[in-house]
Design a protein around this ligand. Structure first.
Ligand code: GDP
Ligand code: IMO
Ligand code: MG
Length: 434
């Protein structure tokens, strides 16, 4: 028997590829009809783009519901909160006219990502034989401290003296590591001191926003409200289920939404997976359906495929149905949102990968062997392109028949029903499938 059913509706929005699927756009569209939006993992490695009219916002830590006035936006315990970056993002949104009064809350249980985590991230990438190609935001070292039970949580800032002492201790440990890694000179040391002083100064601002996120979400659901749990990164970047070690340091998949917010799994009613109509990846690691350099460049231009956080070019490839089907299973998807369909509008032919040819035979399931994945040959099924614009479509009937059959095939191979199709970066450029 589960818990008594809550009156509200709780939906997880999760990335089903290597991140940047358009989660920000989808959350922004859905936020209109909900009361609360909460992030459950990751940190400022995320870059979620939302277009409101002509204006672009890139959100790193604050949930993508923030651009709808009155919606409550929370950062759960599973997030690693970069205090400096968070305050900057908050102030920048306010400067741009977003009313944030009483709208943002952070979990007392969230771990702080401190200036030394960024330094450790960069130093470890520089020294690594096998570079992950991280965003350099300090994510790995912050989660290492959390798992190593050395982390500093928001609640640790309540006692000013203790907070200062914990920061001191964390910095001393980091200094030792940084010195051993090399390149940490007196100038870098002094800059770290200054940054930590700023962290201490931000204490009261942080505490002013600290709440019990799990309790708040639970109460909202009990009142019959609607809640969105916004994932960051994507399934193939999940620490357990992704292409390890070329992953991020948190669980990105839907199950992590329960632990990362502090609600029971029985509180979650729906899981919406977001996939691009093709595939992209930024950072290192295998991309089985990756294009040759010329097509890669072409798609990057068509799709504007540059990282929202780091500006790095994203590698591009065909839609990988093996990965999408795996994501549908691992996340328990109840629906699919397909984004960036319009990016394919001009292509004469469009392929979908239905399996991988490996030395052991054809694989239809996403393999655990990351190194083997580097050399699989994608089995491609080629469809004629629709070669006409889709950005004005607002229902499936408005789409060219070939675009509809492309979507049908994605749905059939992924085994998850398509609920939304995005045909442009703006709010209005969306098809709701009923
Ligand atoms: P996220 O990290 O999953 O939120 O995705 P990003 O914001 O990093 O990257 C998605 C990019 O695609 C952003 O620049 C969006 O503005 C853009 N985008 C989202 N949906 C669509 C769409 O349907 N069509 C087009 N052309 N662009 C889109
Ligand atoms: P959103 O939420 C795309 C990738 C990095 C790198 C790996 C590890 O915008 O979809 P990290 O800094 O997390 O230790 O880097 O994960 N990565 C992302 N790629 N979108 C993201 O977030 C990402 N966050 C991390 O490029 O390969
Ligand atoms: Mg992104």
């Amino acid at each position: 028997m589960g818990q008594p059913a809550a009156g509200g509706q709780c939906t997880v929005v999760v990335g089903c590829q290597w991140g940047d699927e358009g989660k920000g756009k989808i959350v922004d569209v859905l936020a209109e009809g909900v009361n609360v939006v909460a992030r459950y993992q990751g940190g400022a490695n995320a870059g979620h783009t939302v277009h409101v009219g002509e204006v672009e916002f890139i959100l790193h830590q604050i949930p993508s519901g923030i651009l709808h006035s009155g919606k409550r936006c929370l950062l759960g315990n599973g997030v690693v909160l970069d205090l400096h970056q968070f305050v900057q993002e908050y102030d920048e949104l306010r400067r741009r006219g977003v009313d944030l009064e009483g709208r943002v809350g952070v979990s007392h249980r969230a771990h702080l990502l401190l200036p030394y985590h960024r330094l450790l991230d960069r130093a470890s990438e520089e020294g690594a034989e096998e570079k992950i190609g991280t965003t350099g935001r300090g994510i790995g070292p912050a989660y290492e401290d959390k798992a190593g039970r050395r982390g500093i949580r928001v609640a640790d800032a309540i006692d000013e003296e203790r907070f200062a002492e914990l920061l001191e201790r964390g910095a001393a440990r980091a200094r030792e590591k940084l010195q051993a890694m090399g390149g940490f000179d007196a100038e870098a040391d002094a800059a770290l001191d200054r940054a930590l002083e700023e962290s201490r100064d931000l204490r009261s601002r942080l505490l002013g926003l600290a709440v019990d996120v799990g309790l708040e979400v639970d109460l909202a659901l009990a009142r019959g409200e609607r809640v969105l749990l916004e994932g960051a990164q994507g399934t193939a970047l999940d620490l357990d289920h992704g292409t390890y070690p070329f992953v991020t340091s948190s669980n990105t998949t839907a199950a992590a939404a329960a632990t990362g917010i502090g609600v029971g799994p029985t509180r979650i009613d729906a899981v919406l997976g977001v996939v691009k109509a093709y595939t992209t990846r930024v950072g290192n690691g295998p991309l089985p359906t990756g294009f040759d350099p010329e097509m890669d460049e072409h798609m990057r231009r068509l799709g504007g495929e540059f990282g929202a956080t780091t500006g790095r070019p994203r590698r591009c490839g065909w839609f990988d149905a093996v990965l999408a089907r795996y994501a549908a299973r691992v996340n328990g998807l109840t629906g699919l949102a397909v984004t960036k369909l319009d990016v394919l509008d001009t292509l004469p032919e469009i392929s979908i990968c239905t399996g991988y040819r490996t030395p052991q035979g054809v694989a239809e399931e996403f393999p655990a062997d990351t190194w083997g994945l580097e050399s699989v040959e994608p089995i491609l099924e080629t469809h004629p392109g629709w070669e006409s614009p889709t950005h004005g479509a607002r229902s499936l009937d408005d789409l060219p028949p070939r675009a509809r059959s492309y979507l049908d095939r994605i749905q059939e191979l992924t085994r998850a029903p398509i609920r939304m199709v995005s045909v442009g970066s703006r709010r209005s450029q969306i098809i709701h499938v009923h």
